[in-house]
Design a protein around this ligand. Structure first.
Ligand code: AMP
Length: 437
């Protein structure tokens, strides 16, 4: 459809859209909104940045009846995405009296419980915290008429499959289910088959699995202790005044160490990891989003699924655990232009990981010779406590904490510790070899 008016949206919503300066529907919006308004289950393959949030929020808000308990539940993989969705929902609800409650781990439960107690029409949240609130009897799902699974493939990659199944099974039978995913992998199609009622399929833009081929993939392979010097030399020699790059580190400690190293060399990076306060994370994200250039050092969890445009470079200081994480980082965590570059630093014992990424991502990576002379005196030990940080594979077994944002896995109760079960480790999802089938 050409415009929002033709979709029959309410004056309240049209007014909110004008205030947001959304003049015309995006492709996914014009395809999905009419189908959702017809009451159909809808399956959308599209990535972040296409306007998918409003594509599900607008029709839901149009149809949502006000009540005490949530009439709509939106499940998202990370708290950043929860906050992003919350922001759009509140703007769209500006002229209606719909109440929005957004829940995620890592923060106190009480304000979230109070907000639910006060009455909520639309609930947004991460799987672990939603289940926690359900199990505590604070979130009642009997009234849910609309269920959205956003970034469903990421939720599966993050090991949320049991949580998603649990949530799906806890919902009333009669509801409309909307599923959004960047890729049409088999596991996603399985969920659609089992839990959706004859869904209408919409596909927008290229599948992320293919997007990575348009990016230049480079790597260096160096002794573990030379990784910082390699990173500094790469940033110094390859970045321009217009570069906007994300440097991925595996853990909070590594991210903080890189922050110190880059700061020492005057590169003024921004830092984003799950151990920072929510306010600091939001400030870092806002600054990086608004800046035209710059370097963000991030752990995987913190940066996942963010709507940040104009990224020129993705740099993997630590090699992702699983090739699929590589694909997510370069194809989706950041929206890269066609001339984007990805640079991954492997340590000398990681030749196999390199082959795995090439094989499973269906790309070939070019080796870069990085001259580190200028940084040869950079002390690895100064930034990383010796013995705590080692090669990627050994990191975890030495008790080196992943960025779990205070989360943990399993069906156990949170016990008020505030976990959102987000985590950087993709290992539980199974062996790489499974992807060959
Ligand atoms: P999303 O894919 O939902 O994360 O949206 C990506 C970006 O597009 C966000 O910054 C939205 O504010 C923006 N956006 C979504 N729909 C529209 C629209 N119809 N017109 C203009 N901008 C939009």
């Amino acid at each position: 459809m050409e415009n929002f008016e033709q979709m029959g949206l309410s004056p309240d919503l049209l007014k909110a859209l004008r205030a947001m300066k959304f003049e015309k529907p995006t492709e996914v919006q014009s395809m999905a909104i009419p189908e959702i308004l017809k009451g159909r289950d809808v399956y959308v393959r599209s990535k972040t940045g296409t306007g998918k949030t409003a594509a599900f929020l607008l029709p839901i808000m149009q149809m949502l009846q006000r009540g005490r308990d949530p009439g709509a539940l939106v499940v998202v993989p990370t708290r950043e995405l929860a906050l992003q969705t919350d922001g759009v929902a509140r703007k769209l609800a500006a002229n209606s009296r719909l109440h929005v409650t957004t829940v995620y781990g890592g923060v106190s439960l009480n304000p979230q419980i109070d907000s639910l107690d006060a009455g909520t029409d639309l609930m947004i949240g991460t799987p672990g915290r939603i289940i926690d609130l359900m199990e505590r009897g604070a979130a009642h799902m009997d009234g849910v008429r609309f269920l959205v699974l956003d970034e469903a493939d990421l939720m599966l990659d993050m090991g949320f499959i049991d949580d998603i199944e649990y949530i799906l099974k806890s919902m009333p039978r009669t509801k409309q289910t909307l599923l959004f995913s960047a890729t049409s992998r088999k596991e996603i199609m399985d969920i659609a088959d089992r839990h959706m009622n004859n869904p209408f399929h919409i596909s927008v833009g290229p599948d992320d699995e293919l997007v990575v081929t348009s990016i230049k993939h480079m790597y260096a392979i160096v002794p573990g202790t030379k990784k910082i010097a390699t990173l500094l030399a790469y940033l110094k020699t390859r970045m321009s005044a217009n570069s906007k790059s994300i440097v991925f580190a595996r853990t909070q400690i590594a991210a903080s160490a890189l922050y110190s190293a880059l700061s020492d060399f005057g590169m003024s990076p921004l830092l984003l990891h799950g151990g920072m306060t929510q306010a600091k994370r939001e400030m870092a994200m806002r600054r990086f989003k608004n800046d035209k250039s710059g370097i963000l050092i991030a752990t995987n969890v913190a940066a996942r699924g963010l709507d940040i445009s104009n990224i020129t470079d993705i740099i993997n200081f630590d090699v992702p655990d699983d090739p699929i994480v590589y694909i997510h980082r370069v194809g989706r965590s950041a929206r890269m232009g066609k001339d984007g570059r990805a640079f991954t630093i492997f340590s000398s014992d990681q030749a196999r990981e390199l082959k795995n990424i090439e094989y499973y991502s269906n790309i070939s990576m070019e080796r870069e010779q990085i001259n580190t002379d200028e940084f040869k005196n950079v002390s690895f030990g100064k930034y990383f406590q010796r013995g705590r940080y080692d090669s990627d594979r050994q990191g975890q077994s030495r008790g080196f904490r992943n960025d779990r944002s205070g989360g943990f896995r399993g069906r156990s109760r949170d016990g008020g510790r505030g976990g959102d079960r987000s985590h950087d480790s993709y290992r539980q999802r199974g062996n790489y070899r499974d992807r060959r089938k």
